[in-house]
Design a protein around this ligand. Structure first.
Ligand SMILES: Cc1cc2nc3c(=O)[nH]c(=O)nc-3n(C[C@H](O)[C@H](O)[C@H](O)COP(=O)(O)OP(=O)(O)OC[C@H]3O[C@@H](n4cnc5c(N)ncnc54)[C@H](O)[C@@H]3O)c2cc1C
Length: 481
């Protein structure tokens, strides 16, 4: 009887604990990926995120075929339909043992509970491993037994724990002798599922070979300078690994292992470039722990519950709807904000400094609810990930854990002068401003027809008034509380 490896957000064959464990058994191994288009739509995935997964499935199928493991798919509209369909699938293929990795989002955990009950009812065993995090949620708690809500003490404990428990990433398992007949991988097209291919962007190469090469290149060329370069979007100063991490073409252990091989204990010195990068991996774990510790954040609710009463401007108001549309299109009249949004729209990725800037601009200068921005990011990002996206948005909106204080508002002009001093990044994405020299490009003078250059608009909001408006909105919360 074959053993089943259920692939989820872990689309690779190296450092795959579930696959490794299944391959230790002397039985045929079959792999499964469950396609859940309606669930992806409910989670706000855009065409490019779905396509990124499908690209990886094709690569994974070829890799698994070399190991004599067939990759089967099961299409199941949403998670609710899954327990019944998975049981039927297991019965059809005479599967008695399933292997997979844990997932932490609320819907995924509810799904897994329902699946576990259904499988148990039919006598099918299911083993799960920790994969997405270096330290599992629940393993690090405060003295009061609660999940950490401040990053620095979390990180201190996290780093100790990781150093004490880290093991080398697993290799790919050896090819199986016994094979199991399987049909060719048949994947529906995006259009069949109702996504438009017009939204697709050119992606990096899919698959773990490309991801591992990008990791190697970054360790060789970027890691040492990370701290100095990571805030400058015109430079390739960050790893760019997030799209592969989001689908699990790369594991977080492989990232840390590569950094450690490169520079050993320097990785634990937060003052070094390496230490800064490793602490970003810590942020990724931190936000995943929060999904489990405070499930409301995974369900569209603010971490700081009092901020639920904040008087965000409503999108029903046509002026607000226009502001939101301008933000999405990169037409707010604030050059760095707009260049950032166009980077997102054109490439499916945005630099972290700019994610913070545009998220703060939407929630503070435009006083638009962070949930609208979070959802828009999900439609555009290749690396769209509930934990990090929600964490980042709630940080910027001052509604989250360890969030930016509401009165510390990034000024889009000074951020631009500081982090894109020569306007190189702005020129890359706003060709209509290419003629401005470095001094003017951050805040070009308003010209004829209320335009700054070409069709590029004048600023959509007065920064001083916007600051007063958001300060009042947050102060009103305090008075109510
Ligand atoms: C509003 C907002 C939304 C975001 N949405 C996402 C998202 O949907 N998916 C996503 O992966 N990241 C998100 N981030 C975090 C961060 O911006 C990206 O992880 C980072 O820009 C990816 O680029 P990189 O791989 O070059 O990162 P590097 O700087 O090279 O960092 C290495 C890895 O560490 C992790 N990491 C880095 N910074 C953070 C962070 N602040 N929080 C959590 N993990 C981090 C990522 O996995 C990243 O790939 C968001 C941040 C903000 C402020």
């Amino acid at each position: 009887m074959p053993h089943l490896v259920w692939f989820r957000s872990d689309l690779r064959v190296q450092d795959h604990a579930a696959l490794w464990a299944a391959c230790q058994q002397d039985a045929p191994v079959v792999a499964l990926f469950v396609l859940t288009p309606e669930q992806w739509r409910a989670h706000g995935w855009g065409a490019r995120r779905v396509d990124w997964v499908l690209q990886h499935l094709k690569v994974l199928q070829a890799q698994l075929a070399e190991l004599n493991i067939p990759l089967l798919t099961l299409e199941c509209a949403d998670f609710a339909a899954l327990p019944t369909q998975l049981v039927a699938f297991c019965r059809q293929h005479q599967i008695q043992q399933i292997y997979s990795h844990e997932e932490y989002e609320w819907n995924e955990r509810q799904r897994d509970q329902a699946v576990r009950d259904a499988l148990a009812h039919h006598g099918i065993s299911w083993s799960q491993w920790v994969d997405q995090v270096l330290v599992p949620p629940g393993a690090l708690l405060t003295g009061q037994g609660r999940y950490y809500t401040v990053f620095t003490p979390f990180y201190r404990q996290w780093a100790l724990r990781v150093q004490a428990s880290l093991s080398a990433p697993l290799p790919a398992p050896s090819a199986r002798k016994r094979t199991y007949p399987a049909p060719a991988l048949a994947l529906p097209s995006l259009e069949q599922w109702g996504w438009s291919t017009a939204d697709l962007v050119a992606t990096p190469a899919a698959g773990e070979a490309a991801a591992l090469k990008a990791l190697d290149d970054f360790c060789a060329q970027g890691l040492m300078d990370y701290q100095q370069q990571r805030d400058f979007p015109a430079l390739a100063g960050t790893s760019g690994l997030s799209p592969w991490l989001a689908v699990g073409a790369l594991s977080i252990r492989q990232c840390l292992d590569a950094a450690l091989k490169h520079a050993g204990d320097l990785c634990w010195d937060k003052k070094s470039g390496l230490g800064t990068w490793v602490s970003e991996l810590g942020w990724r774990d931190f936000y995943r722990h929060l999904l489990v510790g405070y499930p409301r954040v995974s369900r569209g609710r603010a971490f700081q519950q009092a901020t639920e009463a904040l008087a965000w401007r409503s999108l029903d108001n046509p002026k607000v709807a226009r502001d939101f549309a301008a933000w999405k299109a990169g037409l707010t009249g604030f050059p760095l904000v707009d260049a950032a949004m166009r980077q997102l729209n054109q490439t499916g990725w945005m630099h972290n400094r700019l994610r913070m800037l545009v998220a703060m601009f939407l929630t503070k200068q435009l006083l638009i609810d962070w949930r609208h921005g979070e959802a828009y990011f999900m439609t555009q990002l290749l690396d769209g990930d509930l934990a990090s996206n929600n964490g980042g948005w709630q940080w910027a909106a001052s509604t989250g854990v360890d969030a930016a204080p509401y009165f510390r508002i990034f000024n889009p002009y000074s951020q631009s002068q500081k982090f894109d001093p020569d306007g190189e990044f702005i020129r890359r994405y706003l060709p209509e401003l290419a003629g401005y020299h470095a001094k003017q490009i951050h805040q070009p003078p308003v010209g004829q027809g209320n335009l700054l250059g070409g069709d590029y608009p004048a600023p959509c909001v007065d920064l001083k008034l916007a600051r007063q408006r958001v300060m009042q909105a947050f102060q009103a919360l305090k008075e109510e509380g």
